[in-house]
Design a protein around this ligand. Structure first.
Ligand code: SF4
Ligand code: SF4
Length: 617
């Protein structure tokens, strides 16, 4: 990663930047005054880097409680004339969508860019949704970079476009663009006034009662007519001329695979690369397609571009053949590779394929390595407090009870040997789902949620549980951070002088009658509380509070590792079979503790039936 000094420098120069860092540089060059986000991979580096640079740049940076709130804060500032950037992972836009769709009606005054980081192949997400649909749903323009340089340039262009049209603009990235390093030419930093924003009232425009909304819908459609003209002229929608009688139409990360496939195998083609694919520049697409009898469309996930291309192409000669997903030559799920694109292209276009063998040796090598390496599913870290919480839930509440869990490190509790987690849908869903399960089964149901996720989206469901008297045991696994996305703060953490909001106070305020806080390492007390919660008639909430062990290490907190007394250990394997802490190993039939991995949390010592685990000296 590039250093902060370079990223905020007024000097020009060429540097290697991650796509997400390039977006940050674009925000700084483009005069962004406020940046908001709820972190989520693959978008997190954007807000983290902006946060680090906030002192240097004067940009107000906020980790908001969820994506909807993040967008609302950014929109409020943009309505007052500030330039704003709001970043989130693709599923975050589902949370923000209610605000987003109507915000397109009111529009903005300062430029507002919504960065959506999509995740083909679900590298770190619960689905593969294609957020290009959101541009269509909300009727807002969208830019789609293919590399770091474009990520920077398009961030600035998106801000300009947004301000010109008074509309939010989506900048859609995918994991491969967000997390790939590429050369970026730094541009001039715009000097913008740091004066406060000002909201100028305009009731018909900003108060979306039905009468005003109908009028503003027509205004939005007129803005999109202007956006279409801009898209037709946009230098981001460019033709890269080549020889041959094949036309390729592509956008985003898929452009790189298309170019590589063509270059690797010497296939001659011209490429229409759409950096501003929405609204689709129909006339430009038509002019390009008129030159060919065969057009190949390369895009990841849904056949959105291909559908546009087909609708434009329907007016052309009947000889024109359009290939892509809808002809079965490219898959509709998972991130692409050069091989996938080449194979689809070769089959569709009858390209001779002898050189495809060049892929085979690396693929063979990959398969050999993949087959010989042991499977390494993600696990809770050594010393993770959640392991203790899961152990307690299993031993007190049992295995037959339904555990509705949520998004965060604690989702790793589904892995053996812990195996706690029967339903997991999306951020904040565990409480609501548990209400339904409990009601339909007529049985108490567990809802597990993390501290950050509690604030993100669980509070309305908690109120629902209280109001309808659902028999759910809510267990908040509070590790005092948003660990999975990179240790960002949330309202439950005292941070930079901000006030701490305690989960237990919120729960009491929501009307929960049984609210307890316990350290999961305090086994006896925690057991007693879980038993009480189980017996309680109505929803209960228990906060199991202990800091994330990785965060503690980063803060310099070190404890002595534990060791196993060979005299007392009878190799019962209870420690390995029930806790599964990665610091444990079996060597020559003997259980041991890796002294480097052990964090000295000591929970294993509490559950060893032979008292064979002890602190080292
Ligand atoms: S990062 Fe922290 S909370 Fe997450 S698994 Fe590791 S120790 Fe547990
Ligand atoms: S639980 Fe205790 S006695 Fe059993 S294997 Fe582990 S260290 Fe040895």
């Amino acid at each position: 990663m590039v250093d902060l000094k370079t990223l905020t420098s007024t000097e020009s120069g060429r540097y290697l930047l991650l796509g997400n860092e390039a977006i940050v540089r674009g925000a700084i060059e483009g005069g962004v005054r406020i940046a908001t986000s709820y972190p989520g991979t693959p978008s997190s580096e954007i807000i983290d880097t902006l946060h680090e640079a906030s002192g240097e740049t004067g940009i107000y940076v906020e980790y908001s409680v969820n994506e909807k709130v993040a967008l609302e804060v950014a929109a409020g500032a943009a309505l007052c004339g500030w330039r704003a950037l709001c970043s989130m992972k693709h599923v975050g836009l589902n949370v923000a969508s209610d605000t987003f769709v109507t915000l397109a009606y009111t529009g903005v005054r300062g430029g507002l860019v919504l960065v959506s980081a999509d995740d083909p192949s679900c590298w770190s997400s619960q689905n593969e949704q294609d957020n290009r649909y959101y541009a269509r749903l909300a009727n807002v323009p969208m830019l789609e970079p293919s590399n770091s340089q474009e990520a920077k340039d398009m961030t600035i262009s998106a801000l300009d476009l947004s301000e010109m049209l008074e509309l939010p603009v989506i900048l859609r990235s995918t994991t491969r663009v967000s997390h790939t390093l590429g050369p970026v030419d730094l541009g001039r930093l715009r000097v913008r006034s740091f004066s406060p924003g000002k909201f100028v009232k305009e009731t018909e425009r900003f108060v979306m009662v039905p009468r005003h909304a109908l009028t503003m819908h027509d205004v939005l459609l007129r803005k999109m007519e202007r956006a279409l003209k801009i898209s037709e002229e946009s230098p981001y929608n460019m033709v890269i001329e080549g020889d041959g009688d094949i036309g390729v139409i592509t956008s985003g990360a898929a452009y790189n695979y298309a170019v590589e496939a063509l270059n690797k195998f010497g296939v001659e083609a011209s490429i229409l690369k759409l950096g501003m694919p929405y609204p689709p520049p129909s006339r430009k697409i038509l002019r390009f397609m008129e030159r060919y009898d065969k057009v190949f469309v390369v895009e990841e996930l849904e056949p959105i571009l291909e559908t546009d291309v087909r609708s434009v192409g329907s007016s052309l000669n009947s000889r024109l053949k359009i290939f892509g997903k809808l002809t079965g030559h490219l898959p509709r799920s998972r991130e692409y590779t050069t091989r996938i694109v080449y194979e689809g292209m070769a089959e569709a276009l009858n390209i001779p394929t002898p050189k495809i063998k060049r892929f085979q040796s690396p693929d063979q090598k990959y398969l050999e390595i993949a087959n010989s390496a042991p499977a390494r599913p993600p696990v809770l870290c050594p010393g993770c407090p959640h392991r203790a919480s899961f152990y307690l839930m299993k031993t007190v509440l049992g295995r037959s009870i339904v555990y509705c869990t949520d998004i965060g490190c604690y989702a790793l509790g589904i892995q053996p040997p812990i195996q706690v987690g029967d339903i997991l849908i999306c951020m904040g869903a565990s409480l609501g789902v548990a209400c339904g399960v409990s009601r339909s089964q007529g049985e108490t149901t567990v809802a597990i949620v993390g501290d950050s996720t509690f604030f993100h989206a669980s509070i309305p469901a908690l109120i629902n549980a209280v109001y309808n008297n659902h028999r759910i045991i809510v267990v908040v696994l509070d590790n005092s951070t948003t660990a999975m996305t990179g240790f960002q703060p949330h309202p439950g953490v005292p941070y930079l002088g901000k006030s701490q909001i305690l989960i237990e106070d919120v729960a009491k305020g929501c009307g929960v009658k049984y609210v307890k806080v316990v350290d999961p390492f305090d086994i006896e007390n925690a057991r007693m509380i879980l038993k009480e919660a189980m017996a309680f008639d109505g929803p209960s909430l228990t906060v199991m509070r202990r800091p994330c062990s990785i965060m503690e290490r980063r803060q310099g907190i070190r404890r002595r590792p534990y060791i196993i007394s060979k005299d007392r250990c009878d190799e019962c394997l209870a420690c390995i079979k029930t806790l599964g802490c990665p610091a444990f190993h079996i060597v020559n039939g003997k259980v041991g503790i890796d002294q480097v991995l052990c964090t000295g949390c000591g929970f294993c010592a509490k559950i060893c039936p032979r008292k064979a685990i002890e602190g080292s000296r």
